[in-house]
Design a protein around this ligand. Structure first.
Ligand code: CMP
Length: 143
């Protein structure tokens, strides 16, 4: 079974979209393995977004992601990485397919509501940045 790291960003929290977004993953049939409402420190944000260091959007991204609480989650399921990215939609809301989270609710690339890991390696890396193994729950998923 695959795992992924998903994080509702400060814009999603402020707009009251946690329930709407979590509901989409639940309805899809994916399995919640851990969740945490938290404020990200600058240090943690730098580690999480290390691959973007030096890019034009790096500093605004760090400022934004540390500007308010986020809802960090681990989800599990077969093909959960690709499936969750399909539910989320493309980074730029203009390119996101209708019916995706970003198409339905986001306007700007900088405020795109949710982060989702893009590979198995990044998923494991990101889960390790935000969660200890004792914070994740494994349980029988019958459907
Ligand atoms: P996220 O999936 O969290 O990964 C990096 C984030 O940087 C991305 O979502 C966007 O919120 C933000 N970003 C801003 N500009 C760009 C860009 N040109 N390309 C990719 N990501 C960008």
């Amino acid at each position: 079974m695959e795992r992924t790291f998903l994080m509702i960003k400060p814009d999603g929290v402020q707009r009251g979209l946690i329930g709407e977004i979590v509901s989409r993953f639940e309805r899809k049939g994916l399995q919640l393995s851990g969740a945490k409402f938290m404020q990200i420190t600058r240090e943690r944000a730098e580690i999480h977004y290390a691959e973007h260091k030096g890019k034009s959007f790096y500093e605004p991204l760090l400022e934004f992601i540390t500007s308010g609480p986020v809802f960090a989650m681990v989800w599990s399921g077969d093909n959960v990485i690709a499936l969750s990215r399909a539910l989320i939609g493309k980074t730029d809301a203009l390119d996101a397919a209708p019916g995706t989270i970003r198409s339905d609710f986001a306007v700007h690339t900088n405020f795109n509501l949710i982060h989702g890991s893009d590979s198995a390696a990044n998923a494991e890396r990101e889960i390790g940045i935000f969660f200890g193994s004792e914070e994740l729950v494994a349980y029988e998923h019958t459907i």
